[in-house]
Design a protein around this ligand. Structure first.
Ligand code: FCB
Length: 467
């Protein structure tokens, strides 16, 4: 492969100067990602209804500082200037989500043309700036009226979601080639009806949670078919975006640990993959008595073929072989001495390598994109008016180097999306966590490029990483 490190590209000899440059293959693209709720603001503009998150934010104690995303970074009104910044950085793709409450305020029924007009203009603006749009239909903001009807606890919502997919695909399917159904079904399943960290933040039974997982899968499958049916592009591609239970071997030199990590990955992540790629749930998914209601034909819809897989990577956990443990593997608690980001997430770059490897080794996927990766750090504007976020650069470099290692080992990846280009509303953490390469001064909405923005611009320009 011509993107191996240390190659000069001319003579093939190792040149000292080039020894630390990791080159990426031609055609590999660099992008960034964000979601509607986290960035748009404009919470009641042009006919948008309240989303489940608008309501959730009002619940005391949910969001740090009692914050909400009614304004956030006001991307809805500032999208043109923001896209201009993207273009100046050389961004080749942008992953964004459409807001269901903007498009169908009641969840089902009337389509709000004004909401769709916004995404119409948005996509045109991206295309005008030669940025490839990756449209994600759901990044956790459901019309509240639909949530009140049961949200994903009810199959009605799966079909309502399909209606929404049709509306978006009808309007944008002539220009958008790359579609994603859901962001991180794991965090809908773990977060919405079993915890306080994803709207509506209910604490319900295991059976109800399992039904919600299945209904979300059903919504995904119905949307895949809706997108294909209503897009007018013959080259349309549809995929799902997942966060997984990423597991790394404690000792990568020990074959038993390597196998243990893979087994643990399969055991945990199988409930997200097997339905999509094999049309079944692994046996261990449901405990006795908590099985969801699955009607005939649903698994076929859920396993509708996908064109690509989107992988979000922030970190993972180590696993070691333990013949005495129930499944032959044991998860190792985080070593308290490992570096952490400001969100207290462990910095574990090898998670990138192992996640890519495990997905390719275990599932019949056609194409993979790295759809989210990034870190929160305490960013301060220094006396020179700049933000020297070397910790973020170091984090990203380490993870991207591991992505390159996986590619060198033959695992194909076609593009990388950084999370996130702009600081934005970070769910329960409100505005206390900054993950952007571009700083947003929330009171004035001023954008300031952090050092990492210049660094990323260079990565994009050279299609390579200096390590
Ligand atoms: C991911 C979410 C994204 C953001 C990052 C930090 O799990 O998809 O919205 O919160 O984490």
């Amino acid at each position: 492969m011509d993107f191996q490190p240390g190659r000069t590209g001319r003579s093939g000899k190792r040149a000292k100067k080039d020894a630390k440059i990791l080159r990426f293959p031609e055609g590999f693209f660099w992008g960034a990602a964000c979601s509607s709720y986290q960035a748009e603001g404009a919470w009641r503009d042009d006919g948008k209804s309240e989303s489940s998150w608008d309501v959730f934010c009002r619940k005391p104690g949910i969001v740090k500082g009692g914050a909400d995303a009614r304004v956030s970074i006001d991307h809805y009104h500032r999208y043109k200037a923001d896209i201009k910044l993207m273009a100046e950085m050389g961004l080749q793709a942008y992953r964004f989500s459409t807001s269901w409450p903007r498009v169908i305020p009641g969840g089902t029924g009337r389509v709000n043309q004004k909401g769709l007009d916004y995404y119409d203009r948005y996509v045109d603006e991206l295309l005008k700036n030669k940025i490839r749009p990756f449209l994600n239909l759901y990044h956790w903001d459901m019309p509240n009226q639909q949530e009140l009807k049961g949200g994903f606890r009810s199959k009605e919502t799966s079909y309502a979601f399909a209606e929404y997919a049709v509306a978006v695909a009808r309007r944008l399917g002539d220009r958008v080639k790359d579609w994603m159904t859901f962001n991180e079904i794991k965090h809908i399943w773990e977060g919405c009806y079993n915890s306080d960290w994803n709207a509506p933040g209910l604490h319900l039974s295991e059976k109800i949670n399992n039904q919600a997982l299945h209904n979300t899968h059903l919504a995904h499958g119905l949307a895949v078919n809706a997108i294909r049916a209503y897009s007018t592009r013959t080259d349309v591609e549809v995929g799902a975006v997942h966060a997984l239970w990423i597991r790394m071997p404690n000792n990568p030199g020990n074959k038993k640990d390597v196998l243990a990590a893979e087994k643990c990955f399969q055991y945990k992540s199988g409930r997200l993959f097997d339905p999509l790629y094999k049309g079944v749930y692994p046996e261990q998914t449901w405990s006795k008595g908590s099985e969801p209601e699955i009607s005939s034909g649903e698994m076929r819809i859920i396993s509708s073929p996908l064109d690509f897989f989107g992988l979000n990577v922030y970190g993972g956990m180590e696993v070691k072989y333990n013949p005495k443990a129930k499944h032959g593997w044991e998860e190792i608690e985080y070593d308290p001495s490992i570096p952490v980001t400001a969100m207290n997430w462990g910095v574990t770059p090898s998670a990138m390598y192992w996640a890519i490897k495990h997905v390719w080794d275990n599932y019949d996927i056609k194409k993979m994109y790295l759809t989210e990766n990034g870190a929160s750090y305490i960013d301060t504007i220094t006396h020179d008016g700049k933000i020297h976020d070397s910790d973020r650069i170091s984090f990203l470099s380490k993870y991207i180097a591991e992505m390159h290692r996986a590619m060198r080992d033959g695992y194909k990846l076609d593009g990388y999306f950084l999370w996130s280009l702009f600081d934005n509303f970070e769910w329960g953490a409100g505005y206390t966590q900054r993950l952007g390469c571009i700083y947003v001064d929330y009171p004035t909405q001023k954008r300031i490029l952090k050092d990492s923005a210049g660094w990323y611009k260079d990565v994009i320009r050279t299609n390579s990483l200096k390590v």
